[in-house]
Design a protein around this ligand. Structure first.
Ligand code: CP
Ligand code: NVA
Length: 310
C-alpha cells in the first residue's frame, strides 16, 4: 500500500482508501447524478486545473474526467504522452514539477503503476489512477454505483469474473474485500497470473476463489463480469483465442446465474470475443451503459474527494 504524504489524498488503488471514504464518494456521486438530471451542477471546483496524461488510448476516462472538472467549474488540459517531451526523454520528475506550477491535480493513465507514485513524489499534487498496468479503481467505483442502482446493496452477493486476469480484475478483487462480496474468478488454465494479482488473491483468499469450470463458477451468481481478452498492449494469438472461447459470456453462461443476475463490462468490448451481442445488448440485465454513464458522476466525486471538498 502506498500512503505517500498523508496531507495529500491520492486515488491510486481502492485498498489505499478507507471504506468510509469510498462510501462517501459513492454517496456524493449519486447526489451529483441527481443534480445533473435537474440540469444543475455544483461549482465546487471553480478555478481548479486538472492535467491528464495518457500513455494509452481512452474514450470514457478522457471524456468523463474532462466533463467532470468542467461541470464542477474547473478546467482541464489533456496531454497525450507521445506528443509531449516525455516521449523524447524529459523525465517524470521534471515534468511533474512543471505541471505542479500550472495545475492542482493530475490524472494519469500509464503502462507502469510505479510512475503514478513518481508523479506524486515530484509534483506534491494529488494523483488519480486513470488505469495502470495493475489496476482501474475509478472504473470499479462507477460499476458498484451501477449495481447499487439496479440491484441494491452489493454486500454478500456472489460476483463472477470470466476471462483474462487483468488490471480491472485487480480492482474488483480489492473491492470484494472492502464491500464484502464474494468473487469467483474463472479463467483458462493457460493464462499466466501476474505477481501483483497472485499476491492479491493470496491475501484475499477468503473472498476470492479461482475456477476453470464455468458451470461451477457461475452457478447461482448475482453478477457476471468480463473484460477484453486482450488488454491494450497485449497481442492476440490463435492459441489464446481458442483458450478463452469457453469463457465467452453468452446466453448459456447467463442462464447459469440467478434469474435477476446482471452483466457488467467496463468497455471497450470486442463483441463476439468475450461477450456476445445478445448479452451486451440485453437491456434487462446488461449494465454496461450505466457503468459508462456513472464514470462521469464518480469522477466528479473522486476529484472533490482528492481536493478535500467532501
Ligand atoms: N473503461 C474505460 O476506462 O474506458 P476507456 O479506455 O475508454 O477510458
Ligand atoms: N483491461 C483493459 C481495460 C480498458 C479500460 C485494458 O487495460 O486495455
Amino acid at each position: 500500500m502506498f500512503k505517500g504524504n498523508k496531507l495529500i489524498r491520492n486515488f491510486l488503488n481502492l485498498s489505499d482508501i478507507k471504506a468510509t471514504q469510498l462510501n462517501k464518494i459513492l454517496t456524493r456521486a449519486a447526489y451529483l447524478k441527481k443534480l445533473r438530471k435537474k440540469n444543475k451542477n455544483s461549482l465546487s471546483l471553480k478555478n481548479i486545473n486538472l492535467a491528464m496524461i495518457f500513455e494509452k488510448p481512452s474514450t470514457r476516462t478522457r471524456v468523463s474526467f474532462e466533463l467532470a472538472i468542467k461541470e464542477l467549474g474547473g478546467r482541464s488540459v489533456i496531454l497525450d504522452e507521445a506528443t509531449t517531451h516525455l516521449s523524447r526523454g524529459e523525465t517524470i520528475p521534471d515534468t511533474a514539477k512543471v505541471l505542479s506550477k500550472y495545475c492542482n491535480i493530475l490524472m494519469i493513465r500509464t503502462t507502469n503503476h510505479k510512475k503514478l507514485i513518481e508523479y506524486h513524489r515530484h509534483s506534491k499534487l494529488p494523483i488519480i489512477n486513470g488505469l495502470s498496468n495493475i489496476s482501474h479503481p475509478c472504473q470499479i467505483l462507477a460499476d458498484i454505483m451501477a449495481y447499487n442502482e439496479k440491484r441494491g446493496a452489493i454486500k454478500n452477493k456472489k460476483f463472477v469474473w470470466l476471462g483474462d486476469l487483468n488490471n480491472v480484475l485487480y480492482s474488483w478483487i480489492e473491492a470484494s474485500v472492502i464491500f464484502n462480496f464474494s468473487l469467483s474468478i474463472c479463467c483458462p488454465k493457460l493464462i499466466k497470473i501476474s505477481k501483483e494479482l497472485k499476491a492479491k488473491i493470496k491475501t484475499y483468499h477468503n473472498n476470492v476463489k479461482i475456477f476453470h469450470d464455468t458451470k461451477m463458477a457461475c452457478r447461482d451468481s448475482d453478477c457476471i463480469i468480463t473484460d477484453t481478452w486482450f488488454s491494450m498492449g497485449k497481442k492476440p494469438t490463435k492459441k489464446l483465442l481458442k483458450a478463452f472461447k469457453p469463457y465467452q459470456v453468452n446466453e448459456a453462461i447467463m442462464s447459469m446465474a440467478k434469474k435477476n443476475a446482471v452483466f457488467m463490462h467496463c468497455l471497450p468490448a470486442t463483441r463476439g470475443n468475450e461477450v456476445t451481442e445478445g448479452v451486451i445488448d440485453n437491456l434487462n440485465y446488461s449494465l454496461v451503459w450505466s457503468e459508462a454513464e456513472n464514470r462521469l458522476h464518480i469522477q466528479k466525486a473522486i476529484l472533490e474527494w482528492c481536493l478535500k471538498k467532501i
